[in-house]
Design a binder for this molecule. Structure first.
Ligand SMILES: [Fe+2]
Length: 249
């Protein structure tokens, strides 16, 4: 089972909440209210793993391998939540337990393989976001926490990639739908950033999406990941990736 190797590799990369984070070294004066809001937001975001775990355990009921992995993933996501909650406590900004049910995210149900695809991209986005926060945060302990979280999310993305690849191997007919959802997810993630960046620079309210070539490269990478034994066209031979052709994938 994939779980056997993933358990060992994730165990070997595990960090210790009590030993590795020096909460007494926190320098609250270095944090602006906006940074504290960001920590509260990320702390609450980790609770999304509650609902996702429910969905996975139900949607993959017969897949003992994947359900076993969910136990490790859920543990690590809740550890992310806990380290940030303890950080907030040290700042005197504790999240009250009574607040938490309101913070619990309830995404719509998704078919099992779609849920894996969304989770794979979600973990990558979180890894990138936490890495960016780690490089800009003015407080050293919080920087270390975000660095640890970024590494954890990157490992999660890699683990989800192994299960997504196995799902495609078992159900090759699901590949086109998976690639379609992946393209939609990439575009949805890029569009607000592109719009905000260009809008701020040019005084416009919207901006075009990234060039098609950017998506072609990423889609080729994903295709290699999901179907490593398949032959892939070299980039120059691929047609331009317009929304219309993307829909036909
Ligand atoms: Fe994660």
């Amino acid at each position: 089972m994939l779980y056997d190797q993933l358990f060992v590799s994730m165990e070997s990369a595990r960090w210790d909440l009590s030993r590795d984070i020096d909460f007494d070294a926190i320098e609250p004066a270095r944090l602006t209210p906006r940074w504290i809001d960001t920590v509260r937001e990320v702390c609450a975001l980790q609770l999304a793993s509650l609902r996702a775990s429910e969905m996975f355990l139900g949607g993959f009921r017969a897949d003992i391998d994947f359900c076993s992995f969910v136990s490790v993933w859920f543990y690590e996501e809740m550890e992310h939540h806990l380290v940030l909650r303890k950080y907030l406590e040290h700042l005197g900004e504790a999240l009250e337990e009574t607040e938490m049910p309101r913070l619990r995210v309830s995404p719509d149900e998704a078919p099992a393989i779609d849920a894996l695809t969304l989770r794979f991209f979600g973990e990558q986005r979180l890894a990138q976001r936490y890495a960016a926060l780690a490089t800009t945060v003015p407080e050293r302990v919080l920087g270390r926490i975000f660095t640890i979280l970024a590494a954890g999310e990157a490992r999660h993305a890699a683990a989800y990639a192994t299960y997504l690849r196995r799902a495609v191997e078992r159900h090759p007919a699901a590949l086109p739908g998976t690639l379609r959802l992946a393209l939609w997810t990439m575009r949805a993630a890029d569009e607000p950033t592109a719009a905000a960046g260009a809008g701020a620079a040019a005084g416009q309210s919207s901006a075009p999406l990234r060039e098609d070539r950017h998506y072609i490269r990423r889609m080729q990478g994903l295709y290699r990941l999901l179907a490593p034994d398949a032959t892939i066209l070299v980039e120059e031979k691929l047609p331009a990736l317009s929304p219309a052709t993307a829909g036909a994938l």
